[in-house]
Write a protein of this length. Structure first.
Length: 209
């Protein structure tokens, strides 16, 4: 084969390589950009879901703790202002219901209404949490109103009344433990979580924060 043909083949090979580089270079850059965008979107969705899960736990805990503190105050005979109690409960309830509403983004439906036909109660504890918290709130509110009626002659809440409130608080803790177990299972699926003192698939004991 003559040197001219070798030279021609070399020139063609070089042209093909240059053309291939010109085509595949931008394609690889675009492909990498698309992969980065997908990874960023997935990470953003995962972080948003983690935030929503944490909010469900934190807001129901804040509501629960406010009610528990009020029970303690009533048991000690400390004055509890009706308006202040209602204001704090409204903030806690709104925050909890908002957090549970936003769970719809993750495909979790939490029934929060008593109107019309009853919705199926899920097995993951969300509905029980709202039901238990609202029931305890109503019981405590009745005691706060009753206390106000005594004016300055406030005495510690009777033992049987305190026991009733504490039983209802126990129902709240049980419901929150069920919810916490479900949420930990969900976190385990979307990220690596180490659970100390148990496994996410095991319901946590009453009083779990």
């Amino acid at each position: 084969m003559s040197e001219a043909i070798y030279g021609l083949l070399g020139a063609l090979g070089g042209a093909l390589i240059t053309a291939a580089a010109a085509y595949w270079g931008p394609w690889r850059v675009a492909q990498a950009a698309r992969e980065d965008a997908r990874e960023t979107a997935a990470r953003t969705r995962r972080e948003a879901e983690i935030t929503r899960v944490i909010l469900m736990r934190n807001t129901t805990r804040a509501w629960r703790n406010h009610l528990a503190q009020t029970i303690t105050s009533l048991g000690l005979g400390l004055p509890v202002t009706h308006a202040a109690f209602d204001e704090a409960v409204t903030i806690c309830r709104d925050a909890s219901q908002s957090a549970l509403d936003h769970a719809l983004h993750d495909g979790i439906w939490v029934s929060q209404t008593n109107y019309g036909a009853p919705f199926p109660v899920p097995d993951n504890g969300e509905f029980r949490v709202l039901e238990a918290l609202n029931r305890l709130t109503d019981l405590i509110r009745s005691e706060v109103i009753r206390q106000v009626g005594f004016g300055e002659n406030i005495s510690p809440l009777e033992a049987r009344r305190t026991e009733t409130l504490n039983r209802a608080l126990g129902d709240v803790d049980t419901a929150r433990a069920e919810l916490s177990a479900t949420l930990l299972n969900r976190l385990e699926r979307i990220m690596s979580v180490s659970v100390i003192g148990g496994t996410p698939s095991t319901p946590l004991p009453p009083g779990t924060p």
